[in-house]
Design a binder for this molecule. Structure first.
Ligand SMILES: Nc1ncnc2c1ncn2[C@@H]1O[C@H](COP(=O)(O)OP(=O)(O)O)[C@@H](O)[C@H]1O
Ligand SMILES: N[C@@H](CCOP(=O)(O)O)C(=O)O
Length: 318
C-alpha cells in the first residue's frame, strides 16, 4: 500500500476549504495501489477527488512541468486528470509537510490481464497523446534515461547479486551493449515513460483515463511505445510473451500516430533499455525499501526475463 504520509481529517478539511465549490469532506481513504506517492481517495459533499502527496522520486521543482503537461493534454481532449486550482489559482499545495495536489478523479479500472482489444486501445491512447504533445513546449530531462541507468547500477553495486547471483555482471554487460546500440537520432518528444496497465483506467474495452505522469520527460518518442510494450505484453512475472497483445498494441499505436522504419528497426534496443530501466529501479527499491513501509515491492527479475526475450528476438517488429 502506498501511503507514506498520513493526513489528518483536520488537515484535509482545511485543504478543501481553500477551493471554490469542491464541497465539504465526507471521507478519505488511503489508496493501496501505487508505489511512488501517497494517494488518498477523497469524497466530498459534491464530488470525488484524488489527493496526491509527492514522495520519493518526484522532485517538487518538476511539479509545474507535470501540471502544465496534464493541462495541455486535457485541453487536447485526452482523458487525463487535471490538478485543481484553488481560489488563488494555486494548483500545488503543501499538506502534512509534503507538496500535494488535489486532482480530478477519473472513472475506470486498470486491468491486470489485458485482452488484445484493450492493448489496442492502450496503443491508440498512447499514439493520440503523442500527437497531442507535438505542440507542447515543456521540457524535462529524463533522469532515468541511459545515463541514469549507469548511475543507478553503480549505486546498487554488488547488492544486485543479493537479488540474483550474477545480476551485477548481467547489468554491466547490458549497459555496455546499450551504449553501443542505443539509437541517438530518433525523434524526441515529451513522453509518459511509465504507461503500465495500472496507469491506464478502462471502462470495458475503452480507455477512460491515463494517470501517473510523474516520470514524464523528454525522450526518444518510440521509447514510450517500447516501455508500454514491455509492460502490457507479458505475464506479470515476465515469463511469457503474448504476441497477440504485442501486435494489437503496436497496431493501435501505428494507426493513431505511426512508426517510422527507423523506429521499428530500433525497437528491440529501445525495449531492452526499457527493461533495464525497470529492472534497475525495482532492484533499487527491492534493496532499499524499509521493512515497515506500507508498500508492496515489485520484482526486478520480471524485467530481466523480458530483457532476455527482447535480446533473443531482435527482429520483433521487422
Ligand atoms: N485521477 C485519478 N482518478 C482515479 N483514480 C486515480 C487517479 N489517480 C490515481 N488513482 C488511483 O490511485 C492509484 C495510485 O495512483 P498512481 O498515480 O499510480 O500512484 P503512484 O504514483 O504512487 O504509483 C491508481 O492505481 C488509481 O487506482
Ligand atoms: N511502473 C513501475 C513502477 C512505478 O509504479 P507506478 O505505480 O507509479 O506505475 C514498475 O512497475 O516498476
Amino acid at each position: 500500500m502506498a501511503v507514506y504520509t498520513q493526513v489528518s481529517a483536520e488537515e484535509l478539511a482545511a485543504l478543501l476549504a481553500r477551493y471554490e465549490g469542491v464541497g465539504a469532506l465526507v471521507s478519505a481513504k488511503g489508496i493501496a495501489e501505487g508505489v511512488e506517492n501517497s494517494n488518498y481517495l477523497v469524497d466530498t459533499s459534491n464530488a470525488r477527488f484524488i489527493l496526491t502527496l509527492y514522495e520519493k522520486r518526484v522532485d517538487a521543482a518538476d511539479l509545474p512541468f507535470f501540471i502544465a503537461l496534464l493541462d495541455h493534454l486535457a485541453g487536447a481532449g485526452a482523458p487525463v486528470p487535471r490538478a485543481i486550482a484553488d481560489r488563488q489559482g494555486m494548483q500545488i499545495q503543501t499538506v502534512a509537510g509534503r507538496p500535494a495536489c488535489l486532482i480530478e478523479f477519473l472513472p475506470g479500472v486498470s486491468v491486470s490481464r489485458p485482452t488484445a482489444v484493450q492493448a489496442a486501445a492502450a496503443g491508440r491512447a498512447l499514439g493520440t497523446m503523442h500527437a497531442a504533445l507535438a505542440d507542447f513546449t515543456g521540457d524535462r530531462a529524463n533522469s532515468l534515461g541511459i545515463d541514469g541507468w549507469h548511475a543507478l547500477a553503480a549505486r546498487c553495486g554488488d547488492d544486485l547479486d543479493a537479488i540474483r547471483p550474477g545480476l551485477r555482471r548481467i547489468v554491466a554487460d547490458e549497459l555496455a551493449w546499450l551504449d553501443t546500440h542505443w539509437p541517438r537520432d530518433l525523434p524526441r518528444s515529451v513522453v509518459h515513460a511509465d504507461l503500465f496497465p495500472d496507469n491506464v483506467l478502462m471502462l470495458g474495452d475503452a480507455v477512460s483515463g491515463v494517470i501517473d505522469f510523474y516520470f514524464a520527460c523528454t525522450e526518444i518518442r518510440a521509447w514510450d511505445l517500447a516501455v508500454t510494450h514491455a509492460a502490457w505484453c507479458f505475464d506479470n512475472d515476465g515469463a511469457g510473451y503474448h504476441p497477440a497483445l504485442g501486435a494489437a498494441l503496436v497496431g493501435g499505436y501505428r494507426g493513431s500516430f505511426g512508426l517510422t522504419d527507423a523506429e521499428r528497426a530500433a525497437f528491440p534496443a529501445l525495449a531492452r533499455g526499457a527493461c533495464l530501466r525497470f529492472l534497475l529501479t525495482r532492484a533499487w527499491d527491492w534493496l532499499n525499501t524499509p521493512a515497515d513501509a506500507l508498500v508492496t515491492r515489485k520484482d526486478p527479475i520480471a524485467f530481466l526475463r523480458r530483457l532476455e526475450f527482447y535480446a533473443q528476438t531482435p527482429d520483433l517488429l521487422a
